[in-house]
Design a protein around this ligand. Structure first.
Ligand code: HEM
Length: 391
């Protein structure tokens, strides 16, 4: 029999899911040159001083970073500085070379973490938070981000609401493991209870997602924040990618930050056995895994390698189990429908205002580089395909 899955082995916790628990908020004194720039980023970008500050930065070694949390904080800080440096003058005038004093330590710490040298969802959402008052609860009013881009409350809200959606997936991760492990011992009650946890978690994720409206202004997201997540793969503004000076003589093409890098959603897909109808959507979602922390991507792969839950449930002959499985799939479809509405509000609507008068037909590009709508609709429809009893 295959061994049971333990969440902790994949750096996933039952209370925080994929969110980095108790992240470090400061680095040793030696790294003050990085931290002082990263902490002052909105001001340095808005006053066009960031390039100058980066040029004066000393070349530091990563050997003084101790442990995973310090490495994650360094990756986060250097990611923020990099995005600010590349996009300081707007989305049409990016920098093509990252100077050595930034590029070299960034690539070294990225290698140590086995994550690419660009700002990731695992950085700016999963590891970019702190409690204002540690004695008070983990809720948005008592939270702040460690680093910010211009955009004030919309910036804080975008990172923290995404974080809370991700944290709401923690019960779902426990449910996934309970369902998969119970299937090994043909314990249908356990499969059922695991699926109920998954359903509860998916409903909670949607409920928390609604907070986006309260905290994030669509025009600020589209006109300001989005620019700093833009990557250098398939991007006409940076057709050759970005040169990491002192690391390689070839430019690198890397995708921008996007919640598409969320491991929890791909775990749900793996649980239900969702297969993408569109080859391009399938290859994008597989490719994006290399932008996740390695332990998290491994969990998705392990779930995919297991006996399919869908056929187990479908062959069980238990109506209640089939209905519960379908209820979960519908909750995931519903979450994806809600997400599409968010993309309409935060990408399509403000882009129409931004490009008013320009007759060029365009399909909205996501920061992760996809043609957002056709991609997201196809992923939603592929999710519907795994219903055992289609509507
Ligand atoms: C204002 C809020 C949001 C906007 C505007 C937005 C936008 C987008 C866009 C444009 C894409 C296409 C991929 C790309 O090129 O980036 C995408 C994909 C995706 N987003 Fe979001 N997103 C938002 C919030 C979230 C949140 C909170 C989550 C939850 C963790 C999330 C999860 C995903 C996932 C998993 C995908 C991949 C497609 C899928 O599996 O359905 N997004 N998002």
């Amino acid at each position: 029999m295959e061994p049971g899955i333990q969440l902790e082995s994949f750096h996933v916790s039952s209370t925080m899911g994929f969110v980095l628990d108790d992240p470090k908020t400061d680095l040793p004194e030696y790294y003050h040159p990085w931290m002082s720039i990263a902490m002052d980023l909105p001001h340095l970008i808005q006053t066009h001083q960031l390039w100058d500050r980066v040029h004066k930065m000393p070349l530091l070694s990563i050997t003084h970073l101790e442990g995973h949390r310090e490495q994650r904080l360094a990756h986060l800080a250097l990611g923020f500085i990099t995005m600010g440096y590349v996009w300081q003058e707007g989305e049409h005038q990016p920098v093509k070379t990252l100077p050595r004093q930034l590029a070299e330590p960034y690539c070294r710490v990225s290698e140590a973490l086995d994550m690419p040298p660009i700002l990731l969802y695992a950085d700016c959402v999963l590891a970019n938070w702190k409690l204002r008052d540690p004695a008070r609860p983990f809720e948005i009013e008592n939270m702040d981000t460690i680093f910010k881009f211009p955009g004030e409350e919309s910036c804080r809200g975008f990172f923290l609401v995404s974080l809370l959606v991700e944290q709401a997936a923690c019960t779902g991760m426990e449910g996934i493991v309970m369902a998969m492990n119970s299937m090994l011992t043909q314990d249908n009650r356990g499969v059922h209870d695991g699926l109920e946890m998954v359903n509860k978690s998916l409903l909670k994720m949607k409920e928390v997602f609604r907070l986006m409206r309260k905290h994030v202004e669509p025009n600020v997201f589209y006109g300001t924040l989005r620019i700093f997540f833009t990557g250098w793969k398939d991007n006409p503004a940076l057709p050759g990618g970005l040169l990491y000076e002192g690391v390689s003589t070839d430019s690198r093409q890397l995708r921008g930050g996007s919640a598409a890098q969320s491991s929890s959603i791909q775990c749900f897909d793996a649980l239900f056995g969702v297969k993408q109808m569109e080859a391009s959507a399938d290859s994008y979602l597989k490719d994006i895994r290399s932008y996740m922390p390695p332990a998290h991507r491994q969990l998705i792969e392990v779930l995919e390698s297991r006996k399919p839950l869908r056929s187990y449930v479908s062959n069980s002959g238990e109506q209640d189990l089939i209905d519960t499985y379908d209820k979960c799939v519908k909750a995931l479809v519903d979450l994806r429908c809600y997400h599409l509405q968010a993309v309409t509000s935060y990408v399509s609507a403000p882009s129409k205002t931004a490009y008013r008068g320009d007759p060029t037909p365009r399909e909205e590009k996501g920061t992760g580089g996809t043609n957002a709508f056709s991609f997201l609709k196809s992923v939603r429809d592929s999710t519907k395909n795994v219903l055992i009893k289609p509507e």
